[in-house]
Design a protein around this ligand. Structure first.
Ligand code: ADP
Ligand code: MG
Length: 739
């Protein structure tokens, strides 16, 4: 090993990057100086010592202390390689260039959010002076930016779970880091249980659990009293302000507060927490406009949005410096970041002095009674509010403006985040666990076990879909379904689509339905009834405020009178026919990014289809059956999400008997007797969104096991179905008689 060392070091300073053999750039040394100031930097040695003696470590530290960037990149230092590879170290060290060796010595660091995985890996690649996708990479759903050279990989927790499906002992990793553990996302919670098992079979594997807030004792207890390391925080004091009265419109209040700060407060950047893409873009436009109206008495502002579907190059802008004064000696500029929860703990933006916290985030809520999972804008928790205010005190004392009353903070906000596993539909998770070979779900070591009803519901759904047999074992169909990174209904629809001779079209529809899947914000409590504010729609249609009419007309041109799924298909086809032209998108009020994303998703789904020899086929477009087959295939996946039009003129969901309304965004020109819906939106009114017209006969033909009238609540739908069954029975009899 001495030989290798002396080649690469000179007076204790490394000049050659050991991992790619290139000399370090000046930028490397510049960033190195910054890194040396991070609290985690000073505890590297201690960390290595603890890691050497233990299989699991819990690491807790304030956001911005360098956990995500510095702990992971430790692997790039010689010492961690030594630690993990003694005694075979000599051999390995010489062989760092061999991809084969690298493959089994990876370090994987999970992030609950895609944006964080991308952004942090880019930063670390820069810090390590390597090209992103080579030594340092990332992997998120539908996008893999890593290679055989990759030794440090940031990936979403969902992706690590997917990897475990083919690599149950996670053998490619030497260290797994579960970052942002305090977020308690569904996938991280499942990974806890899974890794606990894997560690028993892999004595050489190390696990690091990293968390921002202090749920740490809970993690410690769960992992058999693993040592806890605390990185001392270096937060400056943050003064908290509340509103005197509740705000009617938090968006308007947030914008007003930004302008006030810019007018009256000393220099320092502003961070505003909002809930999603549309709201954030809207706020950015308004802030820019209102500050513009103030004239040149005030300094210039640079307003930057941050949300999960923003393209990576735009995400980077949050790290740009504030703009300089317009003219020399003039008032200085300010950066204003308008972000989702991503900026709460996942990404640290230096220089923030003012935080505006309206008290809301978009959260997943599951209602097992009606089996509906929705994303709702809901009040955050006290812990979350505390994290948000902390963002103002990273570099100097700061101020946090909470756009709610102190009374509301004390009385209405829940103390802690409710783990996502307790507010999710678990069908997908159960399918994954089954695929991982975990059959006994009741005894699986969940940190917070989900309600038995929720597990039962999930098993039942998978059984109806044919993914599990009556004994709860994975079927052949279930095996294939589990390979698709999609909800079980969606993957079922895809897998059976060749039987309806329309897999090409179903692929396009599936991609359109999941292409701009919104990243979930998972902090915060269950919202009390009636607290839902704005519901945001991920949408491939653009509807700018100043051009409502033109946008609606454009959308109507794509509209298919039989349903929104078919409209989405029309949009996709038109996009392809127009050569994916961005200006065509612009002229037709179609979101180019959403379409591009969908197209990318489609290509990946095609690859999975090919792996299982699922045929790509289409019904002749001129055939009367073209759209009928597509609608039938949709039903084959979504037969549990059907609503029936009652004589009263209302829709009732089948079996659950909930009154629902067609979402105003629908494209139908009539009220069909039966519809399949993709989404159930809970507000003061219950809407079903993305609906398609289907026929009652198809229910009887395609899903008789679900539409089994023996255990069916009394309702109009049941009486109609009884007639349909009798009709089918008569037809069968006539057929027999004819023969
Ligand atoms: P933690 O995981 O403890 O919250 P991080 O490791 O994410 O902290 O960040 C440590 C520091 O690295 C931050 O305070 C920030 O200054 C810096 N940093 C992280 N990402 C970037 C980036 N993309 N550009 C500039 N600085 C960054
Ligand atoms: Mg972090």
């Amino acid at each position: 090993s001495n030989g290798a060392m002396s080649n690469n070091t000179n007076g204790g300073i490394s000049l050659i990057n050991r991992w790619n053999g290139k000399p370090y750039s000046q930028r490397y040394y510049d960033i190195l100086d910054k890194r040396k100031n991070l609290p985690v930097w000073h505890q590297k040695e201690e960390f290595l010592q603890v890691l050497k003696k233990n299989q699991v470590i819990i690491l807790v530290g304030e956001t911005g202390s360098g956990k995500t960037t510095q702990v992971c990149s430790l692997f790039f230092s010689f010492s961690l390689v030594c630690l993990l590879y003694i005694p075979q170290f000599v051999l390995e060290a010489v062989d760092l260039e061999s991809p084969d060796k690298r493959r089994k010595m990876m370090i994987g660091c999970t992030q609950p959010r895609r944006v964080a995985a991308m952004s942090v890996s880019r930063r670390v690649a820069e810090e390590m002076d390597v090209t992103i996708g080579e030594e340092v990479g990332y992997s998120i759903r539908f996008e893999d930016c890593s290679s055989a050279r990759t030794v440090l990989k940031y990936l979403t927790d969902g992706m690590l779970l997917r990897e475990a499906m083919t690599d149950p002992l996670l053998e490619r990793y030497k260290v797994v880091i579960l970052d942002e553990a305090h977020e308690r996302t569904l996938s991280t919670d499942v990974l806890f249980g899974l890794l606990k098992e894997v560690l028993k079979n892999r004595p050489d594997l190390k696990l690091v659990v990293m968390s921002a807030t202090l749920e740490a004792e809970k993690f410690q207890g769960y992992f058999g009293e693993a040592p806890l390391m605390k990185v001392p925080g270096r937060l400056h004091p943050v003064e908290i302000f509340y509103t005197q009265e509740p705000e009617r419109d938090y968006l308007e209040a947030a914008i007003r507060t930004v302008v006030q700060i810019h007018l009256c407060e000393p220099l320092g950047d502003i961070l505003v927490f909002l809930t999603g893409e549309e709201e954030i873009e809207d706020a950015c436009r308004k802030i820019t406009k209102e500050v513009g109206n103030l004239g040149d008495q005030v300094g210039p502002v640079k307003v930057v949005p941050l949300y999960s579907t923003l393209p990576p190059a735009m995400q980077q802008k949050i790290f740009d410096p504030a703009p300089p004064p317009l003219q020399e000696g003039g008032p200085s500029g300010r950066k204003i970041v308008v972000s989702t929860n991503i900026a709460e703990t996942s990404l640290t933006i230096d220089g923030i002095v003012y935080v505006i916290d309206p008290g809301f985030s978009k959260q997943k809520v599951y209602n097992p009674r009606v089996r509906v999972e929705s994303l709702l804008v809901s009040p955050i928790s006290k812990a979350s509010a505390h994290q948000r205010s902390g963002r103002a005190g990273r570099t100097q004392p700061g101020k946090c403006f909470r756009l709610y009353t102190e009374k509301s903070f004390n009385q209405d906000l829940q103390p802690q985040t409710y783990p996502e596993i307790l507010r999710s539909n678990l069908a997908n998770t159960v399918l994954t666990l089954k695929k991982l070979g975990i059959d006994d779900l009741v005894h699986f070591d969940f940190m917070d076990p989900p309600a038995p009803e929720t597990l039962m519901r999930a098993l039942e759904v998978l059984n109806y879909l044919g993914a599990l047999d009556d004994e709860g074992n994975l079927t052949k169909l279930g095996e294939i379904m589990s390979e698709f990174p999609l909800d079980p209904q969606l993957s079922k629809m895809l897998v059976v689509s060749p039987e309806f001779n329309c897999s090409n079209e179903i692929l396009s529809i599936s991609a359109m339905l999941s292409g701009h899947h919104q990243q979930l914000s998972c902090m915060g409590p269950m919202p009390p009834d009636g607290m839902y504010h704005r519901i945001l729609i991920p949408n491939c249609f653009v509807r700018p405020r100043e051009a409502h009419k033109a946008a609606d007309e454009a959308k109507a041109r794509f509209g298919h009178i039989d349903g929104d799924h078919l409209t989405l298909l029309n949009v996709y086809h038109a996009y392809k026919q127009n050569n994916e032209d961005p200006s065509w998108c612009y002229e037709n009020f179609v979101n180019h990014r959403a379409l591009k994303a969908a197209d990318n998703v489609r290509q990946q789904l095609v690859r999975i289809m090919a792996r299982f020899n699922l045929k790509l086929c289409s019904t002749d477009f001129n055939s009367r059956d073209y759209y009928i087959n597509i609608r039938k295939a949709i039903l084959a996946g979504y037969f549990m999400q059907v609503a029936h039009l009652e004589h009263s003129g209302h829709y009732l969901t089948v079996k659950d008997n909930q009154v629902v309304h067609l979402h105003p965004s629908n494209c139908l020109d009539h009220k069909p007797e039966w519809v399949v819906y993709n989404e159930y939106v809970l507000t003061s009114r219950n809407y079903i969104r993305t609906v398609v017209d289907i026929r009652g006969e198809w229910l009887v033909d395609i899903a008789p096991h679900y539409y089994d009238l023996q255990n069916f609540p009394q309702c109009e739908a049941k009486r109609v179905l009884e007639k349909l069954y009798r009709k089918r029975e008569r037809e069968r009899e006539e057929n027999r008689n004819r023969k």
